[in-house]
Write a protein that binds this ligand. Structure first.
Ligand SMILES: [Cu+2]
Length: 509
């Protein structure tokens, strides 16, 4: 039952939306946004509904009218399910309990100079969280002093929507002095990370983040002798590895295998390469089937993405795994001096790497087919002029709303006509790459939550809509998200009571 205040607020949003629409959809891009709900964004689409309709003729609905109450009447909403009710089992006790406290303060950067930013439990990166697959993780997040408010988003973990941590969609930003409890079951093993999703451009850039690793219940055959994390981040121009301006040295006996979990928490693509053969054993928390040794090639990891790489310690000296261009993980004899090697120009193509195996679902006759065409043009967003990103020819917030129903198989064609690379990140789901430029994937299923789409490229991806909620689908070069490269996936019948730019000061990007 919404409170009286809530009802009034919703009504106010409805009026604001209706006013903007009354002046035509373009009015969105030339007026100040004020407070709004993501449910009111853009033109609703239903994805064509049937197999075989290709990508043309997507139904275009003037879906924004009246959406302050949930969704356009065009869509079967089946009643209101608030995002706040989409939680882990509230009666299940936690297996792992963690307290994380964010502060706005000076970050000590060992090996470099201190910078102003944000810490979690006193450092940046914050503590690495580690749990086992199937654990219910309960994190009590306290904001001690982040004046703009803060949240935690669990990047790559398909959490219940209420735990997604996006200010203005799944919660209000936690104000300084406040706290918020996140609960989710870590269903999938793998390498993930957490970061604020409030003013994320600023807060992620300045360190409100950390690593999160879920260990499998039964270690796979590829289990390594040693397992280390290599989190990349740039603090005020200083390239760090696990928060330090230094290489990591791993004392590993000759012939032993080291699993290096590379986490790219930066704003651009990171390259990984080595003078020794290495294997890519997982991308974005999903194992690669039958990975093979790579020599003389680099692996590119999108902003926000992760890759687990296996490297064998050599018989003599140390293997050097270059991560992110400026830092290295040195594996073997910790006393050995190791020369740097130049970055190879040839990139591993994950479209054909490893061996095929069943996807577990059939994307050949999807329930929904959507386009996500990225381009760019001059205009105004929230009264601010600029050369902004567009999605399917429309500028934020008049961008598409991708409607789905639980159980749908969804295919999306992502096309980049904008001239810059975009690491596209869908919350709450893992997507599998079907094809690039019409060339079908032929290697291991390439599962990702963060996918670099380079200029001129087009990808066809697929996923199962199996996690109800309202989910952001945005570029993880966060300044691009600020400039409008954000759309949403909305499940029929799901609503949010939260708003952006309201009294809670929510600014997810
Ligand atoms: Cu981008």
């Amino acid at each position: 039952m919404p409170s009286r205040r809530e009802v009034l607020r919703r009504a106010a949003v409805g009026v604001a939306v209706a006013t903007a629409l009354g002046a035509g959809a373009l009015a969105w891009s030339s007026t100040l946004l004020g407070e709004y709900s993501v449910m009111s964004m853009g033109s609703g689409q239903d994805g064509g509904g049937q197999a075989g309709d290709g990508h043309s003729g997507h139904a275009q609905h003037s879906g924004a009218v009246g959406v302050a109450h949930g969704a356009s009447g065009t869509f079967a909403t089946g009643g209101d399910v608030s995002v706040t009710s989409l939680t882990a089992d509230p009666d299940r006790p936690a297996d792992v309990e963690v307290e994380l406290t964010a502060r706005q303060e000076t970050i000590d950067v060992p090996g470099g100079r201190a910078v102003e930013g944000y810490t979690v439990n006193g450092s940046s990166p914050g503590p690495e969280l580690r749990a086992q697959q199937g654990d219910l993780i309960e994190v009590t997040f306290r904001n001690e002093s982040v004046t703009a408010g803060a949240t935690l988003h669990w990047h790559g973990i398909d959490v219940p929507n209420a735990a997604d941590g996006v200010a203005g969609i799944t919660q209000d930003a936690v104000p300084a002095g406040g706290h918020h409890v996140y609960r989710f079951v870590a269903e999938d093993a793998g390498t993930y990370w957490y970061h604020s999703h409030q003013v994320s451009r600023e807060q992620v850039l300045r360190g409100l983040l950390g690593a999160l690793v879920i260990d499998p219940v039964a270690p796979a055959d590829a289990a390594a002798d040693l397992d280390i994390t290599a989190l990349l981040h740039v603090y005020g121009g200083q390239h760090t590895l696990n928060g330090r301006v230094a290489d990591e040295r791993i004392d590993a006996p000759p012939g032993s295998t080291v699993r290096v979990r590379v986490i790219n928490s930066d704003q651009g693509t990171a390259a990984v390469w080595s003078d020794s053969p290495f294997r890519v054993i997982a991308t974005d928390g999903r194992d690669i089937n039958e990975p093979t040794d790579l020599r003389g090639q680099r692996l590119l990891i999108p902003a926000g993405g992760r890759a687990d790489v296996a490297v064998q310690a050599p018989q003599h000296g140390s293997a050097a795994l270059h991560v992110g261009g400026a830092r290295r993980v040195l594996i073997g004899d910790p006393e050995a001096s190791v020369p740097s090697i130049a970055q190879p120009s040839k990139s591993v193509d994950l479209l054909s790497y490893g061996a095929p195996e069943p996807l577990g679902f059939d994307p050949s006759s999807p329930d929904r087919s959507y386009d996500y065409v990225i381009a760019r043009r001059f205009g105004l967003i929230d009264g601010r002029p600029g050369n902004f990103w567009t999605i399917n020819g429309r500028m934020f917030p008049d961008v598409p709303m991708f409607h789905v129903a639980e159980g749908d198989v969804v295919v999306m064609r992502i096309v980049n006509e904008s001239g810059e690379v975009h690491p596209m990140h869908l919350h709450g789901h893992h997507i599998v790459v079907l094809s690039r430029e019409g060339t079908a994937a032929s290697g291991s299923p390439w599962w990702v939550d963060s996918l670099d789409v380079r200029p001129g490229e087009s990808y066809e991806i697929a996923f199962i809509a199996d996690n109800p909620g309202i989910w952001s689908d945005h570029c993880h070069t966060l300044p691009h998200a600020v400039d409008g490269l954000v759309a949403h996936l909305m499940y029929d019948g799901v609503t949010t009571p939260f708003t952006i730019h309201g009294s809670a000061g929510n600014q997810p990007e």
